[in-house]
Write a protein that binds this ligand. Structure first.
Ligand code: PGA
Length: 249
């Protein structure tokens, strides 16, 4: 299944999840009805892609990865290439997550190479962008986001893309942007994407949970969520999906 619905709830498991936990998650997921207007996706760690592929597909959940390397194959110890992700039936790949930008030191140039490699092999990147608290307080949020989106300059127009706006200060902190902030920033991101010829879906991310999902998903310009912590348990993930279904319907 691939991104045919406009509203997407994507779970980014980060460096969490053992096989036993994945099995438990899937068993719980099976008890929930599939939503009508919302696409579900999960990005478990690489080790769980193959075992989760079939059971998730049966439930209509799209599979994705959290990262990819841009080379085709060969002597790149520890790396995973786009063909391997396709082989595991991945449709999505998260690129430019703030944890990779700040902890691993990934640059915009590297992210651009990964975008190209993902597109070459038919993957849909979920490109993450976001400002730090310091940048927001300095009033340079839009400038930072424009710079992160500038890697899309000259990118092919017909390739699939989803963007996730995730304020860095809201990731894993329990803090969320106010609805006003979300509406304003999403409007800017949509405008900038149009200017770059990439009129694509934009998700919100950063401490999305069952308690705030409805308010966040109702914000103008928000077409789903990239969910970290709250996607690790099937019940909280599905509560977010339900909240999105109410606003997407
Ligand atoms: P969080 O993570 O929901 O745990 O804040 C979101 C993300 O990093 O994509």
């Amino acid at each position: 299944m691939s991104g045919s619905k406009r509203c997407l709830i994507a779970g980014n498991w980060k460096m969490n999840g053992l096989l036993s936990e994945a099995e438990e998650f899937i068993a719980e997921l099976r008890e929930n009805p599939a939503p009508e207007h919302v696409e579900l996706a999960l990005m478990p760690p690489f080790t769980l892609l193959h075992p989760m592929n079939r059971p998730l597909a049966d439930k209509g959940v799209t599979l994705g990865a959290q990262n990819v390397y841009y080379e085709e194959k060969g002597a790149f110890t520890g790396s995973i290439c786009p063909r391997m992700l396709r082989d595991a039936n991945c449709h999505y790949v998260i690129l430019g997550h703030s944890e990779r930008r700040s902890i691993i030191g990934e640059s915009n140039a590297q992210i651009r190479s990964k975008l190209n490699a993902a597109w070459l092999h038919g993957l849909e990147p979920i490109l993450c962008i976001g400002e730090t608290l310091e940048q927001r307080e300095k009033g340079i949020t839009n400038h930072v986001l424009a710079e992160q989106l500038a890697i899309l300059k000259g990118a092919p127009k017909d390739k699939p893309l989803t963007v996730a706006y995730e304020p860095v200060w809201a990731i894993g902190t329990g803090k969320t942007a106010t609805p006003e902030m979300v509406v304003e920033t999403h409007a800017f991101v949509h405008e900038e994407l149009k200017r770059l010829g990439k009129d694509c879906r934009v998700l919100y991310g950063g401490s999305v949970n069952p308690g705030n999902a409805k308010e966040l998903m109702a914000c103008e310009g928000v077409e789903g969520a990239l969910v970290g912590g709250a996607s690790l348990k099937a019940d909280s993930f599905m509560q977010i999906v339900e909240a999105a279904a109410e606003t997407a319907g």
